[in-house]
Write a protein that binds this ligand. Sequence first.
Ligand code: HEC
Ligand code: HEC
Length: 248
Amino acid sequence: MMKVDRCSAFLSRAGWVAILAALVSGYVTSEPVLAQSSVTAPDSTATRVMACTACHGEKGQGGRDDYFPRLAGKPSAYLFHQLVAFRDGQRKYPPMNYLLAYLPDSYLREMADYFAAQHAPFPELPRPDVSPEVMGLGKKLAMEGDETRHIPSCAACHGPTLTGVEPGIPSLLGLHSKYISAQLGASRYGTRVITTSQCMQKVASQLSEEDIAAVSAWLSSLPAPENPAPASAGSLKLALTCDSGEVK
Ligand code: HEC
Ligand code: HEC
């Protein structure tokens, strides 16, 4: 609930009307523009995603509020799948559920492609205020896992540099620890339901509250990666048989 309150404080009613107007007019005007020759068509997606960049940053680099996640450079199929999940109510965050309601797949796919193609700088994240022991636990879980507790490492699926894997696994870098821990909690308690694969639910259900706090803190402390691109499809043998994050 806190998230929503913060959001409504951030966007006045007038702000919301402006965002919706931008989104709707973008949608309505986009069809004829797209039907024209691609040589003369203006970059209308950039205009339409203005409804999104208020929160996610101009290039989807991550928001000014600590809860608004980075989108830039995540696999397009992953982003598309999340947009469908918000539109259809499997993932819940009222402002986004509301914005995406009734939008067609083609439109969601275009926005996903747009953000996947952005090469935005990584945000400066606050240094997590936790002990070296907690950071150590976070690093261990992320890079090695814990066999005795049947916890695979995050790197086993999110890639050796944690920048994600095409087509369905997102980067874990450039995200605030609060966002990461909220998503792990949501997977664990089943409020973020992933219809294409249950992997994250399985992993999250093995993690204690302490594990979640530690791994979220450690991940958010990492510097920008040298190469932020997700690893190519099929380059990793995933830790659990979870349909390789395949979307559809
Ligand atoms: C009012 C602020 C706000 C606006 C406007 C907004 N978002 Fe979001 N978005 C969020 C928040 C907060 C989350 C995380 C919600 C959660 O799961 O708790 C999110 C999550 C997402 C995700 C999932 C990210 C991931 O890594 O899983 C995608 C994709 C996304 N938004 C795209 C968009 C697009 C495209 C638009 C424009 C149509 C948009 N958002 C508009 C705040 C916003
Ligand atoms: C077995 C493979 C697998 C392992 C191991 C794994 N993940 Fe994931 N993770 C996924 C998949 C697949 C998704 C995308 C889920 C979806 O489509 O919503 C995901 C999504 C996420 C997300 C959501 C990202 C976002 O932008 O919203 C977070 C956070 C996350 N994982 C954290 C972790 C952490 C932390 C670990 C290690 C403790 C971990 N994952 C281990 C497969 C895995």
